[in-house]
Design a protein around this ligand. Structure first.
Ligand code: BGC
Length: 730
């Protein structure tokens, strides 16, 4: 083809790719004059107007999915899907779009298999380590943009189950062990994701805190413990993010499946919290028609086994009222209007890959936690370091990522379920680029002796170690796998300047802690992880992340040293395809109750490796002048000063110890502020604390109560370094 013609054809094709709606929506100009298309009306009003026009079949179509490719059986209307985890038919004649859903925990899933591109952000637990609501917002905005670019209008991201059980294989998908931190960050992520006109989601509701036997475990937990821990994370996330969807989880809670649990769905979510959106089941987590509908499930995913013909028949026979069905439908419709997916029909587009990857790098930089820095081995001085040993499996090629439905594809690389996927972000190349004059050599560590020999001849040895985790599994313990502990020991024995870079999805134990000079927690670093790590190692970025979860000394110190497992071992995933086969076969009793994470170690006086909220910087900060003022809201103010010689950011943390008669763990996080300070600069920080964060949940009165008495406020740079203390009486 001659080049001008070819150019013209390409332009036309590009135009079509970008501008053709991916689903038939809103093409009828007459639709624009329909009363529910009036953008000045409230989402609820618009939903009511459409609802009046809908037939029973159209309503039923909206309350269940059409299936997911690879999830057990053929997908009806598969030509209407977009390659994601599922889709819900729209009502074309009324301008109601198909809901195209995709998993999108740390980026949009299944891009390679669909011939598309997705950016991988740092894992969610890493993003929680930034303690930065603005960073969480950028995280959500990027995912929202890329979802839309790929033709989706709903995310299935937003995981916020608390790290009650750090061996949980999905810990990397969640936001740590504290409900105020996790809830605030997931809320900001969702808020900005939805601003891109995609339906947001928060999951997995609730107390789905382990993967072992997830479809058959009955979680036993008190209402108070739930409301003050796992559910509080959801409550805060919902308040800030206003997501369209809440995904109910696989497990049972106090005897009822989460997706037919009246207490969780009707009493708390839709009752106490006044949630206006819709509840969708996790994939295969619906177990009944009438019970689930009455309990508050609005949408069955991914099929319509129980909310398709069966729900229709139940409505026709009066077993489920028309009003109950209408409530499900109204919630879905109002969410579509509220998030703007009706007014802003989807158009596929091409994202600016370089710009997105720059965001991924910056987000990873704000997530990295410096755990140890003996004798200021870091940052590396490029004028003094002449040779660097880069050691670790694939450290020449890339960095690992978290698996399961959260998995993002590296460009062009589709993968099998639960494959270990390495992103092509090369630590070796990134380090070489930082120190072009240095001799940078790689050793995979497979042979520990040759790795140690290389370390011995190098000025610095940097060992990249990984702990891979995934949905559908839990870890047997928190040790690094594949003899990596032995590798670190051997390298550290030959080189006093050994630095360990952890690529982990949860806490790890560190028998070699005292033998290495530096430890950097990089989590799963995403598309540009290696550049971010190199920037931190060479001091172009001053680390500012803090742990969103405790790193215990040993699994013996966990609330449950032994993980509860189903009698038959981890259930075959086929039960998820055939939920009717799943039954509660065992219980896990969360009798540690309120004592999740640091609250447990504090109360039990167990020393830890690294406490919640801990993280070093290349500068130092001093705290002074604490003032607490109580009134309608509590304000805690204090001064933070950068006393070192570099600019840096400090996460200043505020904890409160409640009056003794509250029966609470020793202290809880009630607020924080991330402040950026030049060398020598001081800043007055004021943190406003909502009354709920100082209250207890009275389960007899089903209400939050601020108890009268003396409260001790504690301020500092980690949950175990709190130099400022002051009492206030309420
Ligand atoms: C996971 C969900 C996910 C869904 C769809 C389920 O197995 O638990 O988190 O959104 O699959 O892929």
């Amino acid at each position: 083809m001659k080049s001008p013609v070819r150019f013209a054809v390409l332009v036309v094709l590009a135009f079509l790719a970008i501008n053709l709606p991916v689903t038939c929506q809103n093409t009828d100009a007459g639709l624009q004059n329909k009363p529910w298309m009036n953008r000045n009306l409230a989402p609820d009003e618009r939903a009511n107007l459409v609802l009046k026009e809908m037939t029973l079949d159209e309503k039923i179509n909206l309350v269940h999915g059409q299936g997911m490719e690879g999830f057990g059986r053929p997908v009806p209307h598969s030509e209407l899907g977009n390659g994601g985890a599922g889709f819900v038919l729209g009502v074309e004649r009324l301008g109601i779009p198909i809901i195209q859903m995709s998993d999108a925990a740390y980026g949009v899933r299944q891009s390679a298999v669909n011939g598309r591109y997705s950016t991988a952000l740092p894992s969610n637990v890493g993003s929680a380590a930034s303690w930065d609501p603005q960073a969480a917002c950028e995280y959500g905005a990027l995912i929202g943009r890329e979802l839309r670019a790929q033709g989706y209008n709903m995310t299935l991201g937003g995981g916020v189950n608390l790290t009650r059980e750090p061996r949980n294989g999905r810990t990397f998908e969640y936001m740590g062990e504290d409900p105020v931190l996790a809830g605030t960050l997931v809320g900001n992520r969702i808020r900005c994701e939805q601003a891109q006109h995609v339906l947001g989601d928060i999951k997995h509701y609730a107390v789905n805190d382990q993967e072992s036997g997830r479809t058959e475990v009955n979680v036993v937990i008190s209402h108070r413990a739930m409301r003050e821990s796992d559910l509080l994370a959801f409550e805060i996330g919902l308040e800030i993010g206003q997501p369209a969807g809440v995904m109910c989880s696989y497990n049972l809670v106090n005897g009822d499946y989460a997706c037919e649990n009246k207490y969780l769905l009707k009493d708390v979510l839709k009752g106490d919290w006044k949630f206006k959106g819709f509840v969708l089941s996790d994939w295969g987590a619906t177990h009944s028609t009438e019970k689930a509908s009455a309990a508050g499930l609005d949408n069955e995913e991914p099929f319509g086994d129980l909310f398709g013909d069966k729900l229709k028949a139940a409505v026709q026979s009066g077993k489920v009222s028309q009003a109950e069905l209408d409530d499900h439908v109204r919630r879905i419709l109002r969410s579509e209007f509220a998030a703007g997916i009706v007014d802003n029909p989807m158009r596929r587009s091409v994202v600016d890959v370089d710009a997105e990857q720059e965001i991924a790098r910056k987000l990873e930089e704000s997530s990295i936690v410096l755990l140890k820095n003996r004798d200021n081995v870091l940052p590396l001085d490029r004028n003094k370091v002449h040779s660097i040993a880069v050691i670790g499996e694939h450290a020449d090629y890339g960095m690992i990522s978290g698996g399961g439905s959260a998995q993002v594809d590296p460009p062009g690389q589709a993968h099998e379920w639960q494959a270990q996927v390495w992103f092509p972000t090369s630590p070796m190349k990134a380090l070489q680029a930082k120190a072009p004059g240095a001799k940078v050599q790689f050793n995979s560590g497979a042979d520990t002796s040759s790795a140690a020999a290389l370390a011995k001849q190098s000025d610095v040895a940097i060992v990249f170690v990984r702990q891979w985790i995934s949905e559908g599994m839990d870890l047997p313990n928190l040790s690094l796998p594949n003899h990596q502990d032995a590798l670190i020991e051997k390298v550290a024995a030959t080189n006093p300047h050994t630095i360990v870079v952890l690529e982990s999805g949860t806490a790890v134990t560190m028998p070699w802690l005292d033998h290495v000079s530096g430890i950097v927690e990089a989590w799963y670093g995403g598309s540009k992880g290696a550049d971010a790590v190199a920037n931190v190692l060479f001091g172009d970025v001053n680390p500012s992340g803090k742990l969103p979860m405790t790193f215990p000394r040993s699994i013996e110190d966990l609330p449950h040293s032994k993980l509860s497992e189903p009698p038959t071992g981890l259930k075959d995933p086929s039960t998820e395809k055939h939920p009717e086969l799943a039954r509660a076969t065992f219980s896990v009793n969360y009798d540690e109750g309120l004592k999740v994470g640091y609250k447990w170690y504090d109360a039990e006086k167990k020393p830890v490796l690294f406490p919640f909220g801990f993280g070093l910087s290349y500068t130092q900060f001093a705290y002074s002048d604490l003032k607490v003022s109580s009134g309608p809201s509590t304000q805690v103010s204090f001064l933070v000063k950068n006393t070192g010689t570099r600019a840096g950011e400090e996460v200043a943390e505020v904890y409160a110890a409640l009056p003794a008669n509250a029966g609470e763990p020793p202290k809880r996080l009630v607020g924080w502020s991330k402040v950026s300070l030049q060398p020598g600069e001081s800043r007055q920080v004021t943190v406003t604390i909502p009354a709920k964060y100082l209250s207890i949940f009275d389960e007899h009165e089903n209400a939050w109560k601020l108890l009268p008495g003396s409260y001790n406020f504690l301020v500092g740079g980690s949950s175990q370094d709190l130099p400022l203390k002051q009492d206030a009486t309420f």
